[in-house]
Design a protein around this ligand. Sequence first.
Ligand code: 6PG
Length: 247
Amino acid sequence: MTGQNTRTGKIAVFADREAATRHLADWLLQEAQAKKDGPFSIALSGGSTPQLLYSMMASEPYASRFPWARMEFFLGDDRFLAHDHEDSNSGMLQRLLFSRVPVPAENVHLIPTAGTAEDAAKEYDAELKKFYGADTLQPGKPLFDVNLLGLGSDGHTASLFPGQPVLKERTAWVSTCVPPVAPYTRLTMTYPAIDASRHVVFLVEGASKRETVAKVRAQDPTCPASAITAMGDLTWVLDRDAAPADV
Ligand code: 6PG
């Protein structure tokens, strides 16, 4: 596997949000159908950008073609909220995708909400390790086939926000974050967990993100997304508005 980062990763630019999203849905379908040695595992992003993707996956021609029973779904991060809260990523995914397709309930690994945020982080960390089959990440053995990430205008991804202690976390796979610039306590996968992906994909759209995409591709250290790496490859899936002028 190639070990790409935000600078060396490939860029795919599409005319608009619909085209970028359809490309990603087609690619995910192809990857999921092709995976034969075990389940196809994917960590999904929250926020608004990927919601069209999730709705598309739950609609034809995709809903009847994904091998749902051979797929395992995780979340890269969530707000520490009840899943029926309108701002919960788990709740959003339940509404747009998981409630509309025949994925077995045990294959959907939502982020827990019981106890404290620290308790929930430990519980999710343990769930990832149980799925992986080991407590430490092995070189060349990915935790996820795909890790789908968004990008905030401040350069955050998942809930890895600027200046937060979680940016230094290199042991735990899941931790907490209380971003001063965004609502709610968050639970997030850490850099090591995200890195342990065969494919990392940033799905970014809109002119408001163009400058941030350029900064992250230049690995600007003020942007937490700059430090994202992949055990395998990293791809930017962008609409024209989010793409830097030089691509
Ligand atoms: C979240 C996401 C977060 C998101 C970015 C971009 O919980 O909000 O996981 O990392 O991907 O904030 O959000 P938009 O897609 O809404 O711009």
